[in-house]
Each structure stands twice: as structure tokens, then as C-alpha cells.
Design a binder for this molecule. Structure first.
Ligand code: ADP
Length: 741
């Protein structure tokens, strides 16, 4: 029987609760005993009641809570050997020799030292007569699994840490709000964001909010001239019609000599040189607080389950591993190596070796920095001599998705900056046929970074009949050399329609790139489409509220989410909200399943259960509709519960995009412009769809793309997230999950 201890330590981070819940539930499901160690290492050092065995229900209803319900602390005792000696004894008293530590690099450093010393700690305890020799022999190996719980995202070994996405949301919400007041008064704001010596939050929030300037520790500005440069960008922006100016300063920002750049200093510079009224906002602890985002809940759940897996599989006995996420894959790396690399970044910054610091942060970080440098310009670069000017058009198609505007803005500005002419096609493919085409300038997309919906206009129209001729004429008339189609399924089909007619209409012989933007996440060649994260967060926020109302009145809710026949939103929504059951078209729906669910709900309510949530993908089954399910539950619930439906509807498509979607949109747009520059003018021009696959941006050519599509069900034939179904089931139902599948 495995015994696993789980603790949260150091600075708290939203999502820690979801991780604890996952460790407890996955552990119990795997037949292990799981102990929560309260108040971080302090609880381990103090023992007694601070170490408690957890049962399934102990971690119920905590997914949506910020912070950590098992407490966290900084513990000086654990920094000393005598403290760790007591901690070792307390673990042994419970027979625990597996630890899941959720914390930042400090906490994980402590864990690593603890494991290195473990054997000698046991010897000392035996020598002192505090434990028996036999007990020590049984627990010779301590296994450590680390999860990075830190809003700073400053650790090597994962693309993203638990809490960073939520912190980014807090920051972007605040900066969006500040922008509107800044615009009203034509003011400048200097906003300080957290991150210690890591510029991740500052950099990503600058991309997400369309800030004017950003200062991060890894890439300090040039001495003597940065103040002038910053002021000239802000001044140019004003002259071009911008009403607000936002400068984002990372908490560890410094100049090339390592001297701190404070918000106060930046404010002074703006006031002195621009005679501007500048204000400082230090966001502080609001960045840490509040309910975790959908991404953080799901990340923590997957990481927690992976931690238990690493332990019960006996793959890492006596080792210390770090669970990370790269692309959409869970990874296991040596904790020691990750800590070493993390330290190296800090040291490089300290000795002002910024090139090395940037290199260690990785390619994604470097690319983000380059993108931000281009996007923050108030006016485009002068074209380089000999640079070819291209005419590139951008169109939206399909249903609106949050992030479409962000994508258009980024494509337009990056294109203009490279000296190209950027054209906007209004109202989708019907607008294309009608010739609704205009030329963009730099300021025509100002303020689009955070705007939901589609300013260009979008619809589901797929070109047919005379449309082709008209579109071909418009391509020729406007001399369009490349086309970026930002949209969902019907936009992709429209692209294929043009492509298939390129022999009849030579105008269609231009490079076309399809850019995934739909809340449904049902597109080929892309693991994630822009808009899906925003929709998922809307779903989770709603289900949190629905749950509160259900508890109050002993109810079962059937929540219907969008996605047509693609169950992505339903499954991820269930995982992030802790729904007990999810119905997807991909899995089918049988009457016997419904009967089983009804029975288990009735039994649950008989045993004191107070609420039930079932999530149903809108296209799950044409006969067993949401109304049908609701009526069935109402009838069968008898005196135990009533049933209601909640059809979330179009609010899932609306709202401003989350930072995740804004950043993804911006990165994709950068690649699309690169693709156009490469393809336009080639003798054999390629058309492709772009997407993130296993952490890299890839282009899938149209003929391959068509083969990946399940045309009847309007979704990709392979969907990576289907492999997460067992985890969703396990988290909801535990032991019962073993008899499903
Ligand atoms: P974070 O984990 O968020 O980086 P800290 O650096 O404050 O936060 O570390 C949290 C706790 O981890 C510390 O209070 C201490 O108990 C433990 N810890 C940190 N560094 C070490 C170390 N070098 N040796 C032993 N324990 C450590």
C-alpha cells in the first residue's frame, strides 16, 4: 500500500486546490492512502494533527477556490537539518515515503535537499533511538514529485506553472480597466506586475493588452536612450490618435548595469519629458488571488493525476521528478536538473549576462519579446531597402470567436511593419463577393487587442455559384497576393472551396492560410483554436454559479454547452468545474447510460448529496435532448431532487478574449505573416492551415487538411483531448470509474 503525502508550500497560487484534489482523488482511486500535510513544511516539522489522512469528500467543492485549503507557509525550521530530521520522523510515523510538493523553486529546492538527506536522516533517527531499524529499512527510499505552483512561471521544466494563467487574467482585467480610464483622461499609466526576476507576466500581459511599452529583467533597455525611445513611442501614439498610454514594468525590471528601474522613475520620466499626467498602479496581491482560471484548474488536475501515476507506477522510486507541461504533453524531468537550470537564469541576470538569460528562457519567450517590440510601435518601421511590398488580405469567417480582433490587429500591424499593404475584407465571404474591401492603416486596429467579437464582421456563408466569379474579380481588382482566413469550420470549408477551383479561377492561385478561431476547437491541424479558452472560462464561471444555486435547493442541473458535435468544451468544462457526468457526441449516448446516471444520482441524494451537475455537449444526441434528460431526471428524482436545465448559449461566444487567447492569436498571426512572405511569389505556392501541435506551430497543407476532417460530424478525425476522458471520469466518480470502460 502506497502512502502519499501532499503539501503546498511557499507563495500560494490559484490552482493549488485543484492539484491537491487531483492528488487525493487519483491516489485513492489507485488504492493508495493520501495524507494532506497542512501549512507546508511547518506541518511536516510539527507533525501531530498537521498530517491528516484524506477521504474523497475532503476535497469536494474546492476546485473553484483560490489559494490553498491545506494552507501554505514559509518555514525556517525546514531550512535546517534538525527541522528536516523532525519532518522525516513525522512522515515515518505515518509510513509516508512518497511526497507530492506543490510550490515554487524554493519549496522544490527544500524537497530536493530532503530527498538527498533522507537516508542519513533515517540513520540518525535510528541512532538516536527515535525509530526502529526495521522501520527505517522499510522506508529506505523517499520519492519526491514536484509540481510548480507559482504565478511567476519562472521555473525551468515546464511551459507554464500552476497559477500563471490566472495571474495573467487578473493583470489583463486590471490593465483593460485602467486603459479605459486612461483613455478618458488622456493619461499615462505605469503598471507594476509581479514575477520576481522573471519577466513572463509582464511580457505576456503586454502582448495581451496591447500596452505601449514593457520593461522586463531579462532584456533591459539600452542605457541613456531608452527613456527617449519610450517617450517617443508614447508621443507618436498620441499624435496618431491613441488616448491612453500604458507602460508595464516587471517587478524585477532593471537597467543594463543591474540598477532597479522603479515605477516611480518611469512616471517621473514621462512627466518630465512629455509633460504628461502619469499615474502608477502596483497590482500587488490581487494577481495571486481569486478563483483559478479554466486552464489552471485543468493543468493542476492533469499534473496532480500525473504525480500520482509517477508514484504508483514505481517508475521513480527514490528519485525526485518534476512534472511539467510541454505543448499539451505532461513531462517528467529530473527535479535537480530543473532547479539547476532555473538558478542559472537568476545568476545570468545577476551578472548582467542578458543574452544567456534570454537563451535560457527559451524560444517561446524570445519570440514573444520580438513580437512585443514590433507591436508596441506607434508607427511602422520604414521598409528596408529591397524589401518586397505585398498585398495581403485578412478575412473573418464562421461564428464570432473571442480573439478574432486580436488576431486581425496583430496580422495588420506585423504586416504593415514589414512594409506590406494590408487589406480587410468585411462580413466574411459574402462581403468578399460583394467587394467590401478596405485598406488598413496602423491606427485602424488600435484598441482591438482586447475587444471581443469581430470588428471586420463575420458569418457562416460558404461561397457558392456566382460567388466564385465575384470573389475572383475582387482578388484581381484589389491585386490580393495572399489571403489570411481567420475563423472556424465554415471558413475552412470556404477556403477549400476556393482552393479546389483554382484551375477554373486563376485568381485563386494565391497562398491562403487558415487560422483557427472558433470556440468549438473543432479544426484540423490545430490542437487549440483561438476563442476556446475564453468560452471555457465563461462555461466554468457559469457552472460555478449554477452549483451554488443547486446546493441551495437540492437540484440536478443539466448544462448544455456549445460545440455542435465536437465535445471539447463539454469535456474540458466538466473537468474544470467538477461536473459528475459529461455527454459527448464522440462517445454516443445510450438510454442505459442515462438510467445508470439517474440511479447513481438518486442513491447519492439518498446518502446526503446536495447537488448534481451534468454537462451535455449540444450535439451529443439528437433524440436524447437536454429537455428529455431534464424531464427524465425530474421524474426519477422524486422527493430527492428536482432538475433544471441551463443552456449557456451565445454568451460562450461573447465577451472579451482571455489573455491565453490573445497571446495565441498574436503568436499565430506572426507566423501567418511569415508564411505569406515566404509563399507569395513562389512558382509553386502553398496553401495551408496553421496550428499549435505538440507545442510547435505547424502548417498543414490543404490536401492533407481535408483528409484530417470528419466532414459529416464537422470535427477532426483525431482529437487529442479524448485521452483526457478517463481522468475526468476518475475525478468525478472515483472507484465507479473502473467499471466504465
Ligand atoms: P517558493 O516555494 O514559493 O519559492 P520560498 O522560497 O519562500 O517559496 O520557499 C518556501 C519554503 O521552502 C521555505 O520557507 C522553506 O521552508 C523551504 N525552502 C526553501 N528553500 C530551501 C532550502 N534551500 N532548503 C530547505 N528548505 C527550503
Amino acid at each position: 500500500m502506497k502512502k502519499i503525502g501532499v503539501l503546498t508550500s511557499g507563495g500560494d497560487a490559484p490552482g493549488m486546490n485543484a492539484a491537491v484534489r487531483a492528488v487525493v482523488r487519483a491516489g485513492i482511486s489507485a488504492g493508495a492512502e493520501v495524507y494532506a500535510i497542512y501549512e507546508g513544511y511547518q506541518g511536516m516539522v510539527d507533525g501531530a494533527d498537521w498530517i491528516r489522512r484524506m477521504v474523497w469528500q475532503d476535497v469536494g467543492g474546492i476546485l473553484y477556490k483560490g489559494g490553498t485549503i491545506i494552507g501554505t507557509a514559509r518555514c525556517d525550521d525546514f531550512r535546517e537539518r534538525h527541522g528536516r530530521l523532525r519532518a522525516a520522523k513525522n512522515l515515518l510515523l505515518h509510513g509516508i515515503d512518497n511526497l507530492v510538493v506543490i510550490g515554487g523553486d524554493g519549496s522544490l529546492t527544500g524537497a530536493n535537499i530532503f530527498r538527498q538527506e533522507w537516508s542519513s536522516l533515517l540513520d540518525e533517527l535510528v541512532e538516536k533511538g527515535e525509530i526502529s531499524y526495521e522501520l527505517a529499512q522499510v522506508h529506505r527510499e523517499l520519492t519526491i514529485v514536484g509540481l510548480i505552483g507559482s504565478i511567476d512561471n519562472d521555473m525551468w521544466g515546464t511551459d507554464i506553472s500552476i497559477g500563471a494563467d490566472t495571474a495573467l487574467r487578473r493583470i489583463t482585467d486590471a490593465v483593460d480597466a485602467i486603459s479605459s480610464t486612461a483613455a478618458s483622461h488622456q493619461r499615462s499609466f505605469v503598471v507594476e506586475v509581479m514575477g520576481r526576476r522573471c519577466g513572463y507576466l509582464a511580457l505576456m500581459s503586454a502582448i495581451a493588452t496591447g500596452a505601449d511599452w514593457v520593461l522586463i529583467p531579462e532584456a533591459p533597455p539600452n542605457l541613456d536612450e531608452w527613456e527617449n525611445k519610450m517617450c517617443s513611442v508614447l508621443k507618436n501614439g498620441r499624435e496618431n490618435g491613441r488616448r491612453d498610454s500604458i507602460v508595464i514594468v516587471a517587478e524585477g525590471a532593471q537597467d543594463r548595469h543591474g540598477n532597479e528601474i522603479s515605477c516611480g522613475y518611469v512616471k517621473q520620466v514621462l512627466e518630465d519629458r512629455l509633460q504628461e499626467d502619469a499615474r502608477v498602479t502596483i497590482l500587488g496581491h490581487v494577481q495571486r488571488g481569486g478563483s483559478p482560471s479554466a486552464f489552471d484548474r485543468n493543468l493542476s488536475t492533469l499534473m496532480g493525476a500525473a504525480a500520482v501515476d509517477a508514484i504508483v507506477s514505481d517508475q521513480f522510486v527514490g528519485e525526485a521528478v518534476l512534472i511539467g507541461l510541454k505543448g499539451n504533453k505532461i513531462t517528467h524531468d529530473s527535479l535537480e536538473e530543473c532547479l539547476h537550470k532555473t538558478k542559472e537564469v537568476g545568476e545570468a541576470i545577476k551578472r548582467c549576462d542578458f543574452a544567456r538569460a534570454m537563451e535560457l528562457r527559451g524560444r517561446g519567450f524570445q519570440e514573444a519579446f520580438q513580437t512585443v517590440r514590433t507591436l508596441v510601435r506607434a508607427i511602422p518601421h520604414d521598409p528596408e531597402p529591397g524589401q518586397k511590398q505585398r498585398r495581403i488580405a485578412v478575412i473573418n469567417g464562421g461564428a464570432p470567436a473571442p480573439g478574432m480582433n486580436t488576431a486581425v490587429r496583430a496580422a495588420v500591424r506585423l504586416g504593415l511593419d514589414k512594409g506590406h499593404v494590408m487589406l480587410g475584407i468585411n462580413n466574411g465571404f459574402s462581403g468578399f463577393a460583394a467587394g467590401e474591401i478596405q485598406e488598413f492603416n496602423w491606427m485602424s486596429v488600435n484598441g482591438w487587442a482586447y475587444l471581443g467579437g469581430s470588428e471586420l464582421g463575420t458569418n457562416r456563408h460558404i461561397p457558392a455559384n456566382s460567388d466564385f466569379y465575384k470573389i475572383a474579380r475582387n482578388i484581381e481588382e484589389h491585386n490580393i497576393e495572399g489571403l489570411i482566413i481567420i475563423g472556424g469550420w465554415s471558413a475552412y470549408i470556404s477556403a477549400l472551396e476556393l482552393y479546389q477551383r483554382r484551375n477554373n479561377y486563376p485568381a485563386f492561385n494565391i497562398p491562403i492560410v487558415c487560422f483557427p478561431a472558433t470556440i468549438d476547437n473543432d479544426l484540423p491541424g490545430a490542437e487549440l483554436s483561438v476563442g476556446a479558452d475564453s468560452a471555457l472560462n465563461s462555461i466554468i464561471d457559469s457552472v460555478d454559479k449554477i452549483k451554488q444555486s443547486a446546493v441551495a435547493s437540492r437540484r440536478v442541473f443539466v448544462v448544455e454547452v456549445m460545440g455542435e458535435r465536437c465535445g471539447y468544451l463539454a469535456l474540458m468544462g466538466a473537468l474544470g468545474s467538477g461536473a459528475e457526468r459529461v455527454y459527448l457526441h464522440e462517445e454516443g449516448m445510450r438510454l442505459t447510460d442515462l438510467a445508470k446516471d439517474v440511479e447513481s444520482l438518486v442513491n447519492g441524494f439518498k446518502g446526503g448529496k446536495r447537488l448534481g451537475v451534468i454537462i451535455r455537449s449540444e450535439g451529443a444526441n439528437d433524440t436524447y435532448t437536454t429537455d428529455f434528460m431534464c424531464a427524465l431526471l425530474e421524474e426519477e428524482g422524486g422527493d430527492y431532487f428536482t432538475s433544471r436545465k441551463a443552456v449557456l448559449g451565445h454568451m460562450q461566444q461573447g465577451g472579451n478574449p482571455t489573455p491565453f487567447d490573445r497571446i495565441l492569436a498574436t503568436r499565430l498571426a506572426t507566423k501567418c505573416i511569415g508564411f505569406m512572405e515566404e509563399e507569395i511569389g513562389k512558382p509553386e505556392q502553398t496553401s495551408a492551415c496553421i496550428g499549435l501541435q505538440s507545442g510547435s506551430f505547424t502548417f498543414t497543407e490543404f490536401h492533407d487538411m481535408a483528409r484530417l476532417m470528419d466532414m459529416e460530424n464537422r470535427r477532426p478525425k483525431q482529437q487529442w483531448w479524448m485521452q483526457l476522458r478517463p481522468i475526468a471520469r476518475m475525478m468525478a466518480n472515483g472507484h465507479q470509474s473502473h467499471d466504465v470502460e
